[in-house]
Design a protein around this ligand. Structure first.
Ligand code: AMP
Length: 304
């Protein structure tokens, strides 16, 4: 089926309603609805999210919106790649039904919203520490997208409303899950594993700003994550300081943080990873600057 691309909230609502009604008419039962929020410049990481949504839902909507509220650095916002035609083709090839690609004016008529969703203490650390306001911007746009994509009463309720987020942005995933829980959104949040390039670098729309040399240097991040992952698998002490030293020894890479944290609270696991054998579940997270590109990566750790 060819994908439909809409640019206004009104068209999004009417197209979702049409797809839901059509599906219910064909099948005689209410469909499930999947939502994949993105900022576009889609790559195989986003593809994996869309594939997961298509596999589990009858109707799938993806959004493509470079959300100014979540950018602190105007240069980062300005140079963020915008590739709508290619994005629509990728989504269509996976089987996504509808793409919502609004303008900034359409999403925030009259300027930035006065009322925002605040992410609270979970947003004060890691990414939030170096990007003040970032997660409030994320939650504000994600809340709007949830409301906009959820069909109104005329279309009938879907049997499930699922939203797909990548584990690549581990803190974002944890905070969105917490918002859904704390604010009772009728949405099931699904986390999708990270997709990496063959050399190990986590796919990101910002990787294209890396020179060949910088990209080579950036590989130290996934190497550091693998180091603690191998120790986790072997039930050994993780000794995260070794991963920190490894990254710090790489010229051209400026480490912001490397930590082993609880996947829900994002608090560092002080015990169970230094000197004592690792037995539980945790998340290793890392962020670094390579040239003027900020890269993040993470890896779920499990003693197997
Ligand atoms: P973005 O367009 O960067 O806002 O990303 C949209 C969604 O795709 C977010 O939920 C990201 O976590 C997810 N995503 C981005 N890169 C990857 C990746 N390499 N693997 C899996 N998911 C990703």
């Amino acid at each position: 089926m060819p994908i439909t691309v809409v640019h206004t909230k009104a068209d999004l609502r009417s197209e979702v309603a049409r797809l839901i009604r059509e599906h219910a008419g064909r099948r005689g039962s209410a469909p499930s609805l999947g939502l994949v929020p993105t900022m576009g410049a889609l790559h195989s990481g986003h593809r994996r999210l869309a594939e997961a949504a298509v596999a589990a839902n009858d109707v799938v909507v993806a959004s493509i919106f470079v959300n100014p509220l979540q950018f602190g650095d105007p240069k980062d916002l300005e140079r963020y790649p915008r590739t709508l035609e290619a994005d629509a083709a990728l989504l269509e090839s996976v089987g996504v039904d509808l793409a919502f690609a609004p303008s900034v004016e359409e999403m925030y008529p009259g300027g930035d919203p006065l009322v925002r969703v605040t992410a609270g203490p979970l947003a004060g650390k890691w990414e939030g520490a170096s990007r003040p306001g970032h997660f409030d911007g994320v939650l504000t746009v994600v809340s709007k997208l949830f409301h906009l994509a959820m069909p109104g009463p005329a279309a009938g309720q879907p049997t499930a409303f699922r939203a797909y987020f990548g584990q690549k942005d581990a803190q974002q995933l944890a905070i969105v899950r917490r918002m859904v829980k704390d604010l009772d959104f009728p949405v099931e949040v699904v986390g999708v594993p990270i997709v990496r390039a063959e050399d190990g670098l986590a796919l990101s729309s910002r990787n294209q700003f890396l020179s060949a040399e910088q990209r080579e240097a950036a590989l130290v991040l996934s190497r550091a994550l693998r180091l603690v992952d191998e120790r986790a698998t072997a039930h050994e002490p993780l000794e995260p300081d070794d991963a920190v030293d490894l990254i710090k020894s790489q010229p051209g890479v400026e480490l912001d943080y490397f930590e082993v944290v609880d996947p829900d609270t994002l608090e560092p696991l002080a015990f169970n990873c230094r000197e004592t054998p690792f037995t539980g579940e945790a998340l290793a997270i890392v962020a670094a600057r390579v040239g003027d590109v900020r890269l993040i990566d993470s890896m779920p750790l499990k003693a197997r």
